[in-house]
Design a protein around this ligand. Structure first.
Ligand code: PMP
Length: 285
């Protein structure tokens, strides 16, 4: 069934939703995006997503041609137009149309695109039984080269690691940073649990500061868990009791095997189960 896509204030049927081949979003991956979720008609952490989008824009000197409030309204309008209450939302801001040179200052009119669709989650069995991941040989792009905090349209670093995951028969791969520390997965943040303490890499490890990550840290602390944002290595992961990933699309997904080694007893652990349960309560709040 065809749905309507928002492009620069107008709506187009999915088949007709097109932008110029001269848009630098296409030519150079010059642009930014957000992936958000709506539950029961309400966008989860809408304001936080807007703040991150605007920060990404500032970091690449891109001026978003509307206010945060106007953007939030456009997102809500698009959801409503498509009759969606539980949805995945992809919000893209491209540099706009330019010539074949790199210069972003030759581009005019940043493109704002809002796509709303049904949720494409991992299979339910992975939530129940946990997933297996592998460490990619591709390292996370160092912040000194391009900060992973910018949610840019340049996802080749992540895609290189995703290729490794798929070639290994896995859905996700772990990326280490240039120091060999745990950074994050291709589209998800990572948490590990040892002796009832919850660890997740700090933003300085060179990761995207996930909105779901931040919500889970908040939630776990509310539940009385000790949550530490400190660097971890694969050794810590291999000897951990539990592991799970977080992301807007994935929510919380348990990991039960890494690089062929079972995590804990190889089953979804109690802390992960508790957090998944409470996260579900939180999103319908
Ligand atoms: N890391 C990367 C590289 C991502 O692309 C994403 C989003 N898919 C995440 C982490 C999770 O971020 P969020 O919880 O904001 O979706």
């Amino acid at each position: 069934m065809s749905y309507q896509v928002y492009i620069n204030g107008e709506y187009f049927a999915k088949e007709d939703a097109k932008i110029s081949v001269f848009d630098h979003g296409l030519l150079y991956g010059d642009g930014i995006f957000e992936g958000m979720r709506a539950y029961s008609g309400k966008v989860f952490r809408h304001k936080e997503h807007m703040d991150r989008l605007w920060n990404s824009a500032r970091a690449i000197a891109l001026e978003i041609p509307m206010t945060k409030e106007e953007m939030m309204k456009a997102v809500n309008d698009t959801l409503e137009l498509n009759g969606l209450k539980d949805a995945y939302i992809r919000l893209v801001v491209t540099r706009g149309t330019g010539n074949l040179g790199l210069n972003p200052f030759n581009c005019s009119n940043p493109g704002v695109i809002i796509i709303t669709d049904k949720i494409a989650l991992y299979p339910q069995s992975l939530y129940e039984n946990g997933m297996e991941i592998v460490t990619a040989s591709t390292i996370r792009v160092p912040a000194a080269a391009l900060s992973p905090r910018i949610k840019s349209l340049n996802y080749l670093n992540n895609i290189m690691a995703k290729l490794e995951a798929k070639c290994a028969g896995c859905e996700e791969a772990l990326l280490l940073n240039s120091k060999g520390e745990i950074a994050e997965c291709t589209g998800d943040n990572i948490f590990i649990i040892k002796d009832n303490v919850i660890y997740t890499p700090p933003v300085d490890a060179g990761i995207l500061e996930g909105i779901t990550r931040n919500s889970v840290i908040e939630l776990a602390r509310e539940l009385g868990y000790d949550v530490q944002e400190i660097t971890r290595t694969r050794y810590d992961l291999y000897i951990s009791d539990e592991c799970f990933l977080t992301g807007s699309a994935a929510e919380l997904i348990p990991v039960v095997k890494v690089d062929g080694r079972p995590i804990g007893d190889g089953k979804v652990g109690p802390v992960t189960k508790t957090l998944i349960e409470h996260f579900r309560d939180m999103i319908v709040r």
